[in-house]
Structure formats: structure tokens, C-alpha cells
Design a protein around this ligand. Sequence first.
Ligand code: MN
Ligand code: ZN
Length: 496
Amino acid sequence: MSVKFEISFAKSVRLNGGLAILLKDTDSELPAGAESADPANVFAKAARIARFTAKGLSSLDIVAPEGAPVDRIIVIGTGKAKELSAHDWLKLGGGAAAKIRNVDKAAIFIDVPGAEAKAAADFALGMLLRAYSFDTYKTKKNDDEDKNGTPKSVKVTIVTSNAVAAKKLFAASEAIADGVILARDLVNEPPNVLGPVEFAAKAKGLEKLGVEVEILTEREMRRLGMGALLGVAQGSVRPPRLVIMQWKGGKPKDKPVAFIGKGVVFDTGGISIKPAAGMEDMKGDMGGAAAVTGLMHALAAREAKVNAIGVIGLVENMPDGNAQRPGDIVTSMSGQTIEVINTDAEGRLVLCDALWYTNDRFKPQFMINLATLTGAILVALGNLHAGLFSNDEKLANELTAAGLATNERLWRLPLGKDYDKMIDSKFADMKNTGGRHAGSITAAQFLKRFVQETPWAHLDIAGTAMGSIQDEINQSWGSGFGVRLLDELVRQNYES
Ligand code: MN
Ligand code: ZN
């Protein structure tokens, strides 16, 4: 993070230099809080000259007039403030954060029509998400940092009539921001630094929040019969790990909800090796595991009233003398056998054992897995929606709604018997690819064979976890996609 915002809330503030940011909607005459900075005349003139109409996310930068209690005033347009969604407030926060440069304090006046406490907390969340950038490995630091690379901190006071309530809600915003940022960090870390063992150690760090963390080694997985996951790992000198995280924030008798993540720390494709171009992006093939870890962080940090399980399968897919071959047949923990047609279809081999293990041990009320699973999902949906596959209408609808609320959008694709047939194998119970056609769907059908009757959803996040479109609240390659989505799902439907 290159800028660190220390955010507080106040009903009013005594300005003494620095930057004032005022929100203004299209309908009101003057920006809220303008009186305190007394820029009325200057503002009107500047707005006229700049043709500023307060359209959403537009801005007007004014040097404060002589005698004003601040040095600079930035007016940010909200559009029709009464119509702003939660996500619009996040974007406004992100837009404001981007304007805060070369100052050590800023006051932000956000009282526009409809700006409730929740809006203020969402605005602050948007600021925190925007402030993130991953520059751990840059030795030349930018202006916002001191010479040791320590982020410069900026004291931000959000001025709102709902200050007390906003401050309370902000505790959850901070928990969510930290969860998203953890997921982004994990995805952005280079693959030489973040192997399965190192990733597991990061997950272990959640213990400080009260999460119970177990780490299974290769021997323990062997004993459990996880032949599918272990087959992927056998071509790498780095040993695999399975991490189980438990947050017990609900009533003891409440059945847990479970989240399972694909954590291929680097995917060369194995013996079915990938082409060189773009292979560096395969450091992000653990985006599902990163999202699950970030989510567990968020739930624990905001003390969500839910029993939640996070299970991540961590392996590296490499081609060496011991690597698995196309044609190999492996036995999964479920007992079902799999013919490996293509060693680059490894994510499902990791997930099938993680799903079976989770279901068998915890009997959860539902399982949701996240995985950067198929290139085909990018062909279908681009970077704008993740693919959603589910055996349960209620869960699918809840996920879709959470996607719309957080703008981490999902688009549902079909499952069916005739697609399922496409992965029948000549030599084993199934094969690990169904060919090019319907590639995302046959991958989902494969996973479905390991979930039994448990309500389940698979999110294919290959297009959204990394390299996604940069916007007001994300400037990072690793987006942290899934953390806000699933936090919202839990908050709306599963907290007691
Ligand atoms: Mn692969
Ligand atoms: Zn992969």
C-alpha cells in the first residue's frame, strides 16, 4: 500500500489548512459543508468556467480563496445522490481517494441527500480499496512514501451528521478491506516467494483473529486417499498442503457454511505444458484459495455470527521426471477413478479431493468453491462476470443477488446429464477434460461428481480474479474478487 488512510468520522470539523473534499449532487445548489470553507462565490465561478455539473465522479479542483481555512477544495459530483447504490458509494470513496495527493490531512464533507451512515461506511471502504497498490518489490519508491518505503499516512476526517453510526459500521468496512487486500496480496506475490508451504503459513496467520487453522501435509493427505490432488503435486519439488480454516462465530448447533478454494501456486500446465506467452500470469492460479483466505479474514475480523469453514488445496503444477502423465489414472478420496487426459486441467483434480473432504468431515449446509478454473470462461464472459454453476436454485439466487449488490457479478451457466456424459472415460470412472467445447461446463460437471446432495455452487473466477479491469476501487492486477461477494452472501442470508 503506498498511501495509508487513517479514517475517522466527525459531525463537524475545525479546518486548519490541508484539503477539503465536498460532495455535491446534481440537484442541490451548493456543496454540503461549503459554508464552513466559505468558498461559495469562488465555487460558483469555478463551476461555471469548468462547466461542472456534478455528474457522477466528475470533479472540480479549486485553490481556496485568501482567508479560507483550507488550502485546496475539490468538489466531487455524485450525480443524483438519492439514487446512489452501495456500490456507487464505494466508487465515490475510491474516486475521492485518488484525489488525495501530497497532503497529510483531508476533510471530506459527504452530506448529500440520502447519505446515511451505511453510505459513509461504504464510502470509506471504497477509499481503503483504492489506496492499495502492490509495490513490495520496487526498490524505487514513489512520492507518497518515505525513503524506507513506509506508506505515508493521511489523516482523513469524514464529516457527516451520521458520524456515530458511521463509525460503528466502519469497523466492518475495515475488516472487509483487510480481507480483500490479503487476497490481492496473495495473488500478486511472485511464485518463487509464495509456494504451498508459504501460502499455508499466511493462512496460519488468521489464528490471531480467532480462526482455527489446521495444515495437512502430504503424508496426511496420502493417508486420506487424496490421489487426485497428490497426482498434480508430484511433479513439483515443493510439497502440497491442504489448509482447513474454521471460524466459529455462530451458535454451536448451527451447521457450517463452507468455502473451498483452488490454490495452484503456479500452473505450468505440467507435461501438457502451456505456451510461453502469458505463462507468468499463472502465479495467479491460486486466486480461489486467496479469496477463501481473504473471506475467512473478513468474517473473523468483523466477528460474523456464522460458523464458516475455509478449505484450500495448495499445490504447484510442474513438469519434471516425476510429473503425472496424460493417460495416468488416479484414485480420488471419494474412491472414484479419474483418467488424466490433460495435465493442465489440474484445478478440478485438486478441488475434487478438497470438496469431498469438506463434505465428508463437516456436513456443511452448502459448499461454494472458487477457482481460476478454465480459460473458456474468459471466452464466454470476459473479465466482467464470473461463471456460476450450481445444483441449488436458492443458493444460486442468493449468490446472484450478492453479486449485483457488490458489483462482483456472476452469470449462471447450465449443468445437465448430457454435459456430464462428455467426461465419461473409456478406462476410468471419468476423465479430467471433456474437450474444447463447453469447457467451463464440463469442468463444473466434473466437480459436481464430488458434492453428492449438498447444495453447492462453483464460481469460475479465471477472468475476474486477476488481470481484471481497473476501476475506482481496484488498481491492482490481483483483484481480490469473491471476498466482498461472499461476505455479502453470508451477511444477507446466513448470520444468526
Ligand atoms: Mn491448468
Ligand atoms: Zn490451473
